[in-house]
Design a protein around this ligand. Structure first.
Ligand code: MG
Ligand code: MG
Ligand code: MG
Length: 306
């Protein structure tokens, strides 16, 4: 039985490219390992797979009785539902430490860098395994995506060096230009149903016993949302009403202006005032300089719940 590598629910480019890159490394090291995914892929990820000639990893939701590597998260809310019945062989991640635990020793690579693929590059180097050209290209794109082409406060020197090295292997002259091309694909929202946009990059967090859902759409110009913002606001209100979430937030991130408008539906009227020192007006608040959910949005919010 092969081992699996799987990223978080509602997979992003890092989760998918990590699964592909780590599977190749493990298989090369003699451990048959296959990439898997916990959901449908975004247009950005499909662009990357198409560009470097990869098939979509297997869609696999259930892991009972299987052995797997968890990449790009360590939170139960983002992991397979039956992960308790699986064996976690390892965790490779760059987020805050979550609440997954194991009953056996595991391999752990957790670093405060901008992307899981940066850590996987360190693993290739550690094992002295050559990275194939197409895998290098996919890894590079994942780092450009997660670091918002190096603009995110999560971006480190390691991420920048890693992109340079991977671009060289992949034979790409202008990595940042490819990054912009990718963000243009990501910015195409026209004709997509509001619910699909809300859930395109959506994560649930347990904040002191409260379920908080936070979505993010990163675009090159917020004007893209002018015609559909009312629909998005209505949809996050609907999403909250459908479930048991305390709050649903949607970050509309302008990667050129380097800030985010946050759409807010919450049981706490003063949620953003408490967390970010800025009140929500008509369900919206502009957060200047905020690009990163994991580093700038989640920690103050978590703090405000404790
Ligand atoms: Mg991710
Ligand atoms: Mg990531
Ligand atoms: Mg992201």
């Amino acid at each position: 039985m092969p081992h699996y590598v799987v990223g978080h629910k509602i997979p992003d480019s890092d989760s998918i490219c990590s699964a592909i890159a780590l599977s190749y490394l493990k298989t090369t090291l003699g451990e048959e390992t296959v990439p898997a995914r916990l959901g449908e892929l975004s247009p950005e990820t499909l662009f990357i797979l198409d560009k470097f000639g990869f098939e979509q990893p297997e869609l696999k939701m259930s892991y009972a009785g299987e052995s797997l590597y968890v990449v790009d998260h360590s939170e139960r809310t983002q992991a397979p539902d039956d992960i308790d019945e699986a064996t976690i062989l390892g965790i490779i991640d760059h987020h805050k430490l979550g609440d997954l635990t194991t009953s056996t020793p595991l391999e752990c690579w957790i670093r405060p860098v901008g992307c899981t693929n940066t850590i996987i590059k360190m693993m290739y180097d550690f094992h002295n395994v050559e990275i194939p050209k197409n895998i290098a290209g996919a890894m590079m794109c994942a780092i450009l995506s997660d670091t918002v082409i190096f603009k995110s406060p999560t971006c480190t020197t390691a991420d920048i060096k890693c992109v340079e090295a991977l671009a060289e292997i992949a034979g790409i002259d202008d990595a940042e230009a490819l990054g912009m091309e990718m963000f243009k694909v990501k910015s195409a929202v026209e004709g997509t149903p509001a619910r699909d946009l809300v859930l395109r990059d959506f994560k649930d967090f347990d904040m002191n016993g409260n379920l908080v859902g936070i979505g993010q759409l990163e675009v090159i110009d917020l004007a893209i949302f002018d015609d559909i913002k009312a629909d998005l606001e209505a949809d996050i209100a609907k999403l909250k009403a459908e479930g048991n979430r305390h709050s649903v937030l949607l970050l509309l991130t302008d990667i050129m202006k380097e800030g985010s408008e946050m759409l807010v539906v919450s049981d706490n009227a003063d949620l953003t005032e408490k967390a970010y020192g800025k009140a929500t007006v008509d369900g919206k608040v502009w957060l200047d300089g905020v690009l990163s959910r994991k580093k700038q949005v989640v920690p103050p919010l978590q703090e405000s719940f404790s």
